[in-house]
Write a protein that binds this ligand. Sequence first.
Ligand SMILES: Cc1cc2nc3c(=O)[nH]c(=O)nc-3n(C[C@H](O)[C@H](O)[C@H](O)COP(=O)(O)O)c2cc1C
Length: 322
Amino acid sequence: MLSTRFTELVGCDVPIQQAPMGLISPSGLALAVARAGGVGTVSAPLGVQPQELAAQLDSWMDAGAGALAVNFITEQIDPEAVAVAGARARMVDFFWSAPHAKLVDAAHEGGALVNWQVGSLPDAVLAAEAGADVVTVQGREAGGHVRGDTPLLPLLTAVLRAVDVPVLAAGGIAEPRALAAVLAAGAAGARIGTRFIATSESGAHPEYVLALLAAGPEGTEITDGFADCPMCATLPRARVLRSAIAAVAAVEGDVVGTLPSGDGEQPIPPRAGLPPHKQVNGRIDAMALYAGSGVEHVTAVRPAAEVVRELAEGAEALLRAW
Ligand SMILES: Cc1cc2nc3c(=O)[nH]c(=O)nc-3n(C[C@H](O)[C@H](O)[C@H](O)COP(=O)(O)O)c2cc1C
């Protein structure tokens, strides 16, 4: 078993956190990862009211399910909602805002650990100073919104020298060798998003999954081409499939698809930052197909538990061999 400072702190079996991905990472995916020994993560909806979040989490969270985390993004976070998550989840997770002790304290009050994902050395130091129990460093290889511009390995090594808390590595890790490499470099685990999009429990639209499987090497790029979203309002940078950048450039008109909403369908404009989940209709190929640079290793849809097992067992075997 791959035991690290992260697994010991959290009380899980494998040093893998499945990244939060909005509706691409529904509760079923998080539960499958947690039951397989990793940390399963869901996203708190933007601007969610504390009572609404409590009802949502109570509808599926199960104390015996393993380690679960709830993610909050942007500066618009209600500390009461954080406290609600902290009272229910093993870990509360933050990204895309400056580390803040008030939010860390709100999560700790409920008894949860705090993980703060950062894209730079100064933010990693601020996160540790704010009281985060775990810092995740996101390299520019990552799928989705990319906070910094440093490749993972230099950022990881700089942060490991600067903070004492366990550090997770994120960005482009989609197969055992990359997991083994960051563990060998001193990371206490990995936060993995893209690999979990191609799982049986993922919420991704099937055409999004097929586009990932078809991507191959050099298939992704950081762009401001899907900047119509709350995160891009502060910093328009996200890594997506190159095919989506080309496809949206060729779209004519001001609607690329629709999304069920209330009693009708809400139009989705081209350049919207919404990754297409199963309820989305329209030109899926021209939407925000977020993907990390490890996408070439995503070659089959598998149950999430198998993905966790293969990554962990493969990395352990490599580390022993090395
Ligand atoms: C489809 C998608 C959606 C994402 N949404 C979020 C999010 O809502 N909150 C967050 O903290 N990170 C989000 N991320 C970024 C992840 O936290 C993580 O940094 C990234 O997935 C790691 O790179 P990888 O995808 O190459 O594994 C998202 C990533 C992807 C691929």
